[in-house]
Ligand binder design. Structure first.
Ligand code: PMP
Length: 378
């Protein structure tokens, strides 16, 4: 059997301790055995989110938490603004359209970094009071400055998609006054896919409209969670895993995780550039979550990824949308270390050579290690 390597920006590799926890016997979700795990997981989630407001936990993928934000914050016909700079900004617009909202797009080219000042002006001009944005746009590798975006939109409610960023780059929900931040289990939180979460700032609760979703009703979810119960049967096995994963993340410290992500981003960029490849994602420390790379002349990304998977058991991620033919992505989110990056780069170098690309051989891994060895100074 061929060994498989997963270097994608979600799902991401899961530590064995977490996998083992998900394989523990099933407990009843209304019994004390589960209650203890649930209570601890919810407390840990609050710590990772840097918030004292409730973090609602759903059995869903990250999009479920996005859906919950739209269905709990809006009524049909409301005007909202969406910052669109990639596939996941587009996803906000699709969810908003599905629920009958009047969407004002604040558009950026894919790969461009959204400008908080421009966003602030667009929001002020249009008078909308609800804005959706993406912290880490996984399709491009751009990490937006959501602290500055919140400062720029002022009184408007800001909903942040932190699906690929929570636990990878700083997100100080309370200190930055982020109103809502949604995330998912399968990225920097080092869990299998299947759990979604949404932090909801305390000040929002008294003016929430009625939920337009039964399953994702924030009030019902909060009420149940306050009693360490859950509104419906939760994914008990995944929550066991989440409890262990968040414990690992917090024991090592969030700062250590953020520093590791920056250094892995540096290593990946140094390695691909040493091969002579061109980056699509920004060439700076902000791009700490996923590195997007252009394929060399004459090589299409789907063929490269197929070759890597079939010949070498290595899975990298394709480009999304219009980037599909010529861009591919290496994730460095969550349970990744420098040896993962070294393996990804070595496999990439080998596959490109086998496909006849004219690239520099033998330099990537060494340059990646050199870049990784530099500590991040604040
Ligand atoms: N937003 C971002 C930034 C993401 O990276 C993803 C997953 N790739 C999602 C939303 C959607 O999450 P899910 O696939 O878990 O529904």
């Amino acid at each position: 059997m061929q060994k498989r390597y997963l270097f994608t920006p979600g799902p991401t590799p899961v530590p064995p301790e977490v996998l083992a926890a998900t394989a523990e016997p099933i407990v009843h979700h209304r019994g004390l055995d589960f209650r203890e795990i649930y209570e601890r997981s919810l407390a840990r989630l609050g710590e990772v989110y840097c918030t004292s407001s409730p973090v609602l936990l759903f059995s869903a993928s990250g999009t479920g938490a996005m859906d919950s934000a739209v269905t709990n914050l809006t009524a049909a016909g409301d005007r909202v603004a969406v910052v669109v700079a990639g596939a996941f900004g587009e996803r906000w617009t699709k969810i908003c359209a599905a629920y009958g909202l009047d969407v004002q797009r604040i558009d950026y080219a894919w790969g461009e970094v959204p400008d908080p000042v421009e966003i602030g002006s667009a929001v002020a001009e249009s008078g909308v009071d609800l804005v959706f944005c993406t912290q880490s746009e996984t399709s491009t590798g751009v990490v937006a400055d959501v602290q500055a975006i919140k400062a720029a939109v002022g009184e408007a409610t800001l909903v942040v998609d932190a699906v690929s960023s929570l636990g990878a780059v700083p997100l100080e929900t309370d200190a930055w006054e982020i109103d809502v931040a949604v995330s998912g289990s399968q990225k920097a939180l080092m869990c299998p896919p299947g759990l979604a979460m949404a932090s909801v700032a305390d000040h929002l609760w008294e003016r929430l409209p009625s939920s337009r979703s039964f399953y994702f009703d924030w009030r019902a979810t909060r009420k149940a969670q306050e009693a360490f119960d859950s509104a419906f049967t939760p994914a008990v096995s995944l929550i066991r895993g989440l409890d262990v994963a968040l414990g690992m993340l917090l024991d090592a410290g969030l700062e250590a995780a953020f520093e590791r992500h920056v250094r892995l981003g540096r290593a990946t960029r140094a390695g691909v550039k040493a091969m002579g490849l061109e980056l699509f994602s920004p060439d700076d420390d902000s791009s700490a979550v996923v590195t997007a790379i252009r394929t060399p002349e004459g090589i299409e990304s789907p063929a490269l990824l197929r070759h890597l998977r079939e010949r070498h058991g290595v899975t990298l991620a394709p480009g999304q949308g219009a980037l599909k033919p010529n861009v591919f992505r290496i994730g460095h989110i969550g349970w990744f270390d420098i040896f993962d990056i070294a393996a990804a780069l070595a496999a990439l170098e080998l596959a490109l050579t086998e496909l006849g690309a004219d690239i520099e051989r033998g330099a990537a891994v060494g340059r990646a290690f050199e870049a990784y060895e530099q500590h991040v100074t604040a």
